[in-house]
Design a protein around this ligand. Structure first.
Ligand SMILES: [Zn+2]
Length: 413
């Protein structure tokens, strides 16, 4: 791609990101934009006007997703879709989610300018929600598109202010999808561009990541029960110290995870101690384990080993242990043909890339089991995200947008 075209692409994307980032802007230039809030609605309306300006035919679906489409000339029953989510976490950054939407809009605009109307439909979707930051529910947008959500799952959920999901949604003029509605079968591919949210691309100096798999996430709460007692009068040999036990267990889990090596990760990020007082032997501890891998067999093997290890520590120390697994996500592979296509384009256009997995969840994992799906990563400075410090140099992300545009051309023209 010649330099002036690349500069033009870069400027248009960064200008629209700039304008969009006014919606929900926080004091330190981050963004808070949670599902069905006033600012969320204003953002979707602003985006709709930006799509219309660029010649896209827009519509909202029942549940709050916004679409913009260019109808194809020859195979108008087939759609190539691109998108990401418009919501953010509380105190989030300016790129997580919306960079993917903006890149899609600008890529479609430029393609139509250069090559006219495509053969297949090109469609951008600004998905209502992915982060789960207002209600304890994730992927509302994408799950509705592929039909893997039911009313019962969300209806009774409430936010921090006690507002129910249904109430919040209806307040913005949306409603549950008719459960007998036909699921779209025209979407032949789903593409998503997203920031990496890790530091791998930056460290390796690559502007593009081609994601081959999204990790499966498994989460546990582990309760260790001993006996609370006086810190001065209880001899060491008489104690059933739950925190000492938990400390040994945590150490064994983390050390074991290192033996497995990349891409396995394991994190203990939460620790609740009862009574959490300096002069009482701790009677109960609850700690969390979050573990992820791209291969379900490997992570399952790790889990059974760490369970055996912490159970034997509990036995030795005369402690009771309860293991509660509350999340069991499977790894999701991305479409091989699309990865091959992207590789070919990168090689032909001399775009430097890395094939990699994603350690974070994305809408792409909801689409992938149903529709051929590709996920493109662009670097994150210092790997930081879900923070106002989230940043990618437009000089870097422009390569990802270029690839997205080339993929559209390949698939729809
Ligand atoms: Zn995201």
């Amino acid at each position: 791609m010649d330099l002036s075209k690349r500069n033009n692409l870069k400027n248009e994307v960064s200008n629209l990101i700039e304008e969009l980032s006014e919606y929900g802007k926080t004091e330190n230039n981050g963004i808070t934009r949670t599902l069905f809030s006033d600012i969320w609605m204003d953002t979707q309306k602003f985006l709709e006007s930006e799509m219309v300006k660029r010649g896209l035919k827009t519509r909202f679906d029942e549940v709050g997703n916004l679409y913009g489409m260019v109808k194809g000339t020859e195979q108008a029953t087939e759609t190539i879709m691109v998108g990401s989510h418009i919501d953010t976490v509380v105190g989030g950054g300016r790129l997580d989610g919306q960079l993917g939407i903006v890149s899609g809009i600008i890529a479609i605009e430029k393609l139509v300018e250069e090559f006219g109307v495509p053969k297949k439909n090109l469609e951008i979707v600004s998905m209502a929600e992915e982060e789960g930051s207002r209600f304890p529910y994730t992927f509302w947008g994408s799950k509705n598109i592929v039909g893997t959500v039911s009313k019962e799952e969300v209806e009774k959920l409430v936010d921090h202010d006690g507002v129910s999901f249904a109430e919040a949604m209806k307040g913005k003029g949306f409603d549950f999808k008719n459960e007998n509605a036909v699921i779209r079968d025209d979407i032949k591919a789903y593409l998503e561009l997203h920031i990496e949210q890790g530091g791998v691309l930056e460290k390796e100096g690559k502007p593009i990541g081609l994601v081959n798999s999204i990790v499966g996430q498994k989460r546990f709460l582990i309760e260790v029960e001993g006996e609370s007692n006086h810190a001065g009068t209880t001899p060491m040999s008489y104690r059933r110290d739950s925190l000492h036990g938990a400390a040994k267990m945590i150490d064994s889990i983390i050390e074991l995870s290192k033996e497995y090596g990349d891409p396995l990760v394991a994190t203990v990020g939460r620790l609740d101690v009862v009574p959490n007082t300096s002069n009482v032997v701790p009677g109960k501890v609850v700690f969390s384990v979050d573990t992820r891998h791209t291969n379900n067999e490997v992570v399952s093997d790790f889990i059974s080993k760490f369970k055996a290890s912490i159970e034997s520590i509990a036995n030795e120390m005369n402690l009771k242990i309860k293991i509660d697994q509350y999340m069991d996500g499977y790894p999701v592979p991305m479409d091989e043909d699309l990865i091959n296509k992207m590789e070919k384009i990168c090689l032909a256009k001399e775009l430097d890339y890395k094939i990699m997995h994603s350690g974070a969840g994305h809408d792409a994992q909801i689409f992938a089991p149903k529709i051929p799906t590709a996920l493109i990563f662009v670097p994150s400075r210092k790997g930081i995200s879900h923070s106002y410090l989230e940043f990618t140099d437009p000089e870097d992300y422009v390569y990802g947008v270029e690839l997205l545009k080339e993929m559209f051309y390949d698939l729809a023209y």
